[in-house]
Design a protein around this ligand. Sequence first.
Ligand SMILES: C[S@@+](CC[C@H](N)C(=O)[O-])C[C@H]1O[C@@H](n2cnc3c(N)ncnc32)[C@H](O)[C@@H]1O
Length: 213
Amino acid sequence: MNFLPEHINFYAEQHTQPESVLLQDLNRETYLKVLYPRMVSGHYQGRLLSFFANMIRPLRILEVGTYTGYATICLAEGLAENGKIFSIEKNAELEHIARKYWQKGGIEAQISLHIGNALDIIPTLTETWDLVFLDADKENYVNYYPIILKQLRKGGIILADNVLWSGKVADIQTHSDKDTISIDRFNKMVLADPSVECVLLPVRDGIMMIRKK
Ligand SMILES: C[S@@+](CC[C@H](N)C(=O)[O-])C[C@H]1O[C@@H](n2cnc3c(N)ncnc32)[C@H](O)[C@@H]1O
């Protein structure tokens, strides 16, 4: 979902650094072989994630929702020396694609992939997160938030994807499906939380940027 007019979106993409050949190939394979390929972060959002990671230089990143591992590679571009990404995906059938590209990129050793339900896995991880990319089941954002926040360091950042949900959250009266209601609840929960600062970035499908005070 893009909220900008098509030609402006095109211009923004044209004036954003291109993705690597590795990421182009992964994007192509995702569109050819995997269901719901629009879920992949893709060129523009991928560059944004890489930019954030490079600003933060995190030692520990948590990604909730690996899919084919595109965003994982983008986030890995900004890892600190000895840094590591923990990525969680419930669909085991996607693992071979993600691993193939992580291997090609020479970054497999920096990634710890956990297959299963993120709600069960996150509390078992004993890391302290510098950066979290929340991009899995939208109805559980409200459940992920308190667990992740507890494990986030002071000054740590959470980026939560799809928080505009194709604009439906801004028109909640006409969209009463459970995902729209849950994302709206999440956005309001974050806004009301005095322990964080937040900015909702209307990029792509909306990214909530959260910083723990
Ligand atoms: C939007 S895709 C992630 C896209 C990926 N982060 C990227 O940017 O390319 C969401 C992924 O979350 C996974 N997912 C959904 N619910 C989950 C859960 N409870 N635990 C772990 N993964 C989950 C889905 O199987 C799907 O692959």
